[in-house]
Write a protein that binds this ligand. Sequence first.
Ligand code: RIB
Length: 343
Amino acid sequence: MEEERTKPVTIKDVAREAGVSIATVSRLLNGLDGVAPERAQRIRDAVEKLHYQPNSMARALKIRESRSIGLIIPDIENPFFPALVRGVEDAAQLHGYAVILCNTDGKPTREEEYMKFLYQKQVDGILFAGNLDFAENSHWLSTIQLPIVLLDRRIPGAPYSAVLSANEDGAYLAVQHLIAQGCRQIAVIGGRARSPVSNERLQGYRQALIDNKMEADEMLCKEGNFSFEGGYQAMESLLAGGKPFDGLFAANDMMAIGALQCLERHGRKVPEEIAVVGYDDIQMAAWYKPALTTMGQPVYEMGRLAVAKLVEEIGGKNVVRQEQILQPHLVVRQSSLRKGQER
Ligand code: RIB
């Protein structure tokens, strides 16, 4: 009995348990198409039941390196991400790696496709900035036998190292700043619904209100999907709601700029009537009029650190799973700076 438990589970055991051939199991675990859904499910069930670790031996024996890493990001049109890519690419080059960039438009299906694609291409590791739900996807994620480091976006429950930014602290500081500027009714535009980044920033917003004995009003809380359009529409909806507010925290700069456009169209004065703070410090934040107050993220450094961690894990010696969390900083500009108020 004892012997059975310590014996490593092989692909043959999985094939027997699932009632399919070894080739079929291998096909599925390598991310190739052509396995019927019902058989694929039987194989996944067997993998889970037997706690099979595919490819661990092959990986240990891998001698050929591709000297390439994959970088999966959700939105190439969001200027935050090109800045992140820059940090990743510069660092990767220094370490002697090329970067394969994959843009998913935030779609979980594309995240899965790209993960499998990169695995098949035999990259040496993957940096992942995405929104996958780990519990829902662990059955195939566990078949990607490569070092993976999360970048910018947390995936609750995922057993990977991560390089992140302190989103809750950043939002807290942003709202404290609005309060210091005299704001007493602060609205918020959150990002993509249910995404950890957005939730953490909303949590920071709420905590700052609580600590200042101010109430969070659900009528002043909207979603903007991290886009210009989303910010614009969220502001339309805030104004249409009729509930007065004198400050706005937007969970990224694109939404803040969309909201500023909307305020301008409605003839509302920024920052005199409504002070606005965004998040990210994208280049456009400094060039917009009014220039946007925002939370700067050490985005280049995040990319650099994530590559360093991934390279360490590719090297494979005494790898310790690690979460590195970097602090954002407040960049005060015209959109929130009210005359006579403290900074
Ligand atoms: O721009 C939206 C957000 O997506 C950024 O703030 C960054 O943190 C990323 O997760």
